[in-house]
Design a protein around this ligand. Structure first.
Ligand code: F6R
Length: 591
């Protein structure tokens, strides 16, 4: 996700800002930029690609400036779209993290007043709004401008004629690094650790001004005090936000990712353009690995909610035997947008005349150039090789797509949308109880084989749970529809093979309980995932992972988060190198 830096002090701002931006590189970015105050003007550079050596750049001398690394969301990666963005008179510069959800209407209003825009970004409305409100007092203008913004944002603002920086935090993190006679603003602690380990974590709604007389913070119009804390971590620890591994950090980002992805497509109703579905008779998903499992869940949802027939193909197999493409819609799911097999399948589908939609996390990736239509997930950069938050973001897009394509009565759709809106809260509840999952992981870490079983929506969730377990803990893990066990896999069961059973409170519940009893009769230890109100299952199993009650359709989110944590803590107990499992790469660019 994007990174923000601001500097006010006595050093050369360009060097401080560029070196601080480099400390945020681990978050991923596709372009970057810096603005420095020089006299009564602003000098700005913007670049696409990596920063490289700090010494390569020299802006005008000046000791106030702002900088940004951009991970493209609105508009492709380009110099024009890179931050900082400016007003019409080149006096106000802004860097921004987050999403301005009402930017389109603000932009139209500002254009009517004569403002000229140069980028495709949502951010550019901010300097223009501030310009509209500016009467010589920057903080006042910023306060008035942010009242008009909807969404989530952290911004830093500078004015060419002002010896000050103004920043706002609203649902997107921002900290102050407190030095001796110098101050830093950043979206993330690692950016400032080369200079100071004394930081202030701003709170939602905080508005900050740094000037020659020090800094002040306001919230709700009143001046507030915030505590200075000493960061005990090294830079490397700080990149992981204090978590031991990126995987754990990324699992903890899931509530936020669900919020951001919902935000993108939900306003009054589901704001998702599905004109690509006009006249189609079937949908074919193509994907690999975790994205393939998301596709299986997509099939379940679309068939259940819309009645449109759906097939799911491994992208690597699709090219050998592509199905006939009459009125077929092909949906490719790929986090990276660079998986060679998925790209090949997309190209072939297009050649055969299908319309191709891509569900992608990385803006500007190859998949986005091949696809006719793109649905972005808003997971931000995922660093750990094992996909976690990106998988959940894919599911959120699939839920919205299935609901949008559904012909169910509006009131039923609204009810499901309302239940989807509370998913971030439910995931937070799971994360609050992760110690219980850690204890169960300690039990299963001693085994070399694990079987995952489920029925209905539980089958694909089980497959993804098993993939997560095998790839990071190196335990052999397999997933089966519970009804298939007696057709062969039963032979593998016994004391040495625990079974993880996904019990969903829908029409599959009773028969799953029977299957669990059959498994217990073969002496396998059983760990069940069930909803927290279930009082039946504990009679038959060794451990229960209790999950917040939700509509059974949404267990793909809650159960998957629990299974990701289970895999994580099992791998940790076994001492595995979690973020970079052996033999695996984050982006598989060969067929
Ligand atoms: C597993 C994992 C992989 C990817 C697969 C496809 O945790 O991350 O199985 O899901 O390599 O990658 P994308 O989604 O980038 O096409």
């Amino acid at each position: 996700m994007c990174g923000i830096v601001g500097y006010f002090g006595f050093r050369r701002a360009d060097q401080v800002i560029i070196s601080a931006l480099k400390r945020l590189e681990y978050r991923g970015y596709d372009s970057w930029g810096v603005a420095v105050k020089h006299g009564n003007g602003l000098e700005i550079i913007k670049m696409v690609g990596a920063i490289g050596d700090v010494e390569n750049y020299s802006l005008a001398e000046g000791s106030i400036g702002i900088g940004h690394t951009r991970w493209a969301t609105h508009g492709k990666p380009s110099e024009i779209n890179a931050h900082p963005h400016k007003d019409c008179n080149n006096k106000i510069a802004v860097v921004h993290n987050g999403i301005i959800s009402n930017f389109q209407s603000l932009r139209e209003e500002l254009e009517r007043k004569g403002h000229k825009f140069s980028s495709e970004t949502d951010t550019e409305v901010i300097p223009h709004l501030i310009e509209e409100e500016y009467r010589g007092d920057l903080i006042e203008a910023v306060m008035k401008a942010v009242e008009k913004l909807k969404g989530s944002f952290a911004i830093v603002v500078m004015h060419a004629e002002k010896e000050e920086l103004v920043a706002v935090r609203y649902k997107s993190p921002l900290i102050i690094g407190v030095g001796d006679g110098e101050w830093f603003i950043a979206s993330d602690v690692p950016a400032v650790l080369d200079y100071t380990n004394r930081v202030i974590y701003l709170e939602d709604g905080d508005i900050l001004r740094i000037g020659n007389d020090g800094f002040k913070i306001w919230n709700n119009g009143k001046e507030v005090e915030r505590r200075v804390e000493t960061v005990p971590w090294s830079i490397e620890d700080a990149e992981k936000g204090g978590y031991e591994h990126f995987m754990l950090k990324e699992i903890h980002e899931i509530p936020r990712v669900v919020e951001d992805t919902l935000f993108e497509y939900l306003s009054e109703g589901i704001d998702l353009d599905v004109s690509f579905s006009a006249g189609i008779s079937e949908i074919v998903f193509v994907a690999c690995g975790t994205s393939y499992h998301a596709s299986l869940i997509g099939k379940y949802l679309i068939e259940k909610l819309t009645g449109i027939p759906v097939r799911v193909e491994f992208a690597s197999e699709f090219i050998y035997n592509p199905p006939p493409m009459g009125r077929t819609l092909v949906i490719a799911i790929t986090q990276s947008g660079e998986t060679a097999d998925t790209l090949e399948a997309m190209r072939m589908a297009k050649k055969l005349g299908a319309k191709v939609v891509a569900i992608v996390n990385v803006l500007g990736s190859t998949a986005t150039r091949i696809a006719d239509n793109i649905l972005y997930t808003r997971a931000g950069p995922e660093i750990s090789v094992a996909a976690t938050k990106s998988f959940i973001a894919q599911l959120v897009v699939l839920y919205l797509l299935a609901l949008k394509l559904s012909k169910m009565p509006g009131s039923e759709i609204e009810k499901l949308v309302d239940e989807l809106r509370i998913m971030p809260e439910l995931v937070r509840k799971i994360l609050e109880r992760e110690e219980e999952i850690e204890q169960i992981a300690e039990e299963i870490a001693k085994y070399e084989d694990i079987m995952y079983i489920g029925r209905g929506i539980g089958v694909a969730i089980a497959m993804e749970g098993a993939l997560k377990m095998k790839e990071i803990s190196y335990i052999h893990a397999e997933a089966y529809p519970a009804g298939e066990l007696k057709h062969g896999p039963f032979a593998l069961l016994g004391r040495e093979t625990p079974v993880i059973a996904l019990l969903v409170s829908d029409e599959t519940y009773e028969i799953m309980l029977n299957n669990i009893k059959e498994v217990k009769a073969r002496e396998s230890p059983v760990i069940a995932l069930a909803d927290e109100e279930d009082r039946e299952v504990e009679k038959y199993v060794d451990f229960v992972i209790r999950l917040p009650k939700t509509n059974p359709l949404y267990t793909a989110i809650t159960y998957s988060v629990a299974l990701q944590l289970l895999a994580y803590y099992t791998a940790k107990k076994r001492g595995c190198e979690i973020d970079k499992p052996r033999n695996l790469a984050k982006s598989v660019t060969v067929e």
